[in-house]
Design a protein around this ligand. Structure first.
Ligand SMILES: NC(=O)c1ccc[n+]([C@@H]2O[C@H](COP(=O)([O-])OP(=O)(O)OC[C@H]3O[C@@H](n4cnc5c(N)ncnc54)[C@H](O)[C@@H]3O)[C@@H](O)[C@H]2O)c1
Length: 303
């Protein structure tokens, strides 16, 4: 597969990309960048996560091949580009690191602090945070000018948009490298300010929040709300299908983060339904049960 990597990221073609976190987003990002010719180093502090991610990527690529959208040879070359690593320090050779760990400011700050002593003097450090202040993550880095938000959407191989979040110390060069890298992946990068939830997740809080309030009022079922939003609103997925895809825990963490950053403005208040689902471990597709139930096959398929 030809590389569409950007030579300006490192001065070479097909820069090596480190991915931190091998959950829903890390898996999709690893697949995306590997299928565009990049070597990928995939790390997670749960050692079982990267091999599981590799299995999911193989399933996804084989599905594309079965549909005739990918040559069989490309399945193997793409998989061969992904190396599962056991230590964060293995990312020392990466030209770009994309962090996709939990939506928790302290966890992300710890990762970026550790990356400061590991990464090379030119490595671009990106966070896939959905809502957290990138500037706050960057302050722990010894090179905040090389830290930026690179917010891919789920599923990363499919969704066109990437929000490039410029932190207060991000340099112009960092911004350009991030934009050009994402264009090389065939994406549409949009530069946005470092405000809570950036653009999409700020607007989307109300998409989920109103649907949850409607459900709690008892006037409609989950399936009815999803169907009406899709049929009449033209949305590809309803709010409950989308929350299941995102992960109820992730969506809840993002809502809480936006709510806190907006000084608990009522319009962003998280809904108790989400909290109860998180406490019950019904997290959506990834656990097989959320607002809907999923069998093993449908859990791994992109919608
Ligand atoms: N799920 C979505 O739809 C979506 C979309 C866009 C952005 N995001 C953002 O991407 C990030 C990841 O979300 P996700 O849905 O993939 O979450 P997830 O729960 O599926 O995966 C998170 C992974 O991070 C790992 N992890 C936790 N602490 C770690 C550490 N210290 N070092 C390395 N790995 C660690 C966990 O073991 C887990 O495998 C979050 O910031 C989230 O807000 C999520």
């Amino acid at each position: 597969m030809p590389s569409s990597a950007d030579s300006r990221v490192t001065g070479q073609s097909a820069p090596c990309v480190g991915v931190v976190g091998a959950g829903t987003m890390g898996t999709g990002i690893a697949q995306l960048v590997a299928s565009h010719g990049h070597a990928v180093l995939l790390y997670d502090n749960d050692p079982s996560a990267p091999p599981r991610a590799l299995g999911a990527i193989e399933h996804s690529l084989q599905t594309l091949a079965a549909k005739g959208r990918l040559e069989q040879g490309a399945v193997h070359t793409t998989l061969e580009r992904i190396e599962c690593v056991r230590e964060l320090s293995a990312l020392a050779t990466a030209d770009l690191v994309i962090e996709a760990a939990l939506e928790d400011l302290e966890i992300k700050r710890r990762i970026f602090r550790d990356l400061s002593s590991i990464a090379s003097a030119t490595t671009l450090l990106a966070t896939n945070t959905s809502s957290l202040p990138v500037s706050s993550i960057a302050t722990v880095s010894t090179h905040p000018e090389r830290v930026i938000g690179m917010h891919f959407f789920n599923p990363a191989p499919v969704m066109d948009l990437v929000e490039i979040v410029r932190a207060s110390a991000s340099s112009e060069e960092t911004l350009m490298r991030a934009v050009t890298f994402c264009r090389g992946l065939g994406k549409t990068p949009v530069v946005c300010a470092d405000t809570p939830g950036f653009i999409v997740n700020r607007v989307a809080r109300h998409f989920y929040g109103e649907a949850l309030r409607l459900l709690a009022d008892g006037s409609c079922t989950v399936a009815e709300i999803d169907r009406i939003v899709k049929v009449s609103g033209g949305f590809r997925m309803g709010p409950f299908e989308l929350m299941d895809l995102i992960g109820i825990d992730v969506n809840y963490a993002v809502t809480r983060s936006v709510y806190e950053q907006f000084s608990r403005e009522p319009r962003f208040r998280p809904h108790p339904i989400q909290q109860r689902m998180v406490e019950a471990g019904t997290l959506g597709r990834k656990t097989g049960k959320g607002f809907y139930t999923y069998d093993a096959a449908s859990r791994r398929d992109n919608p």
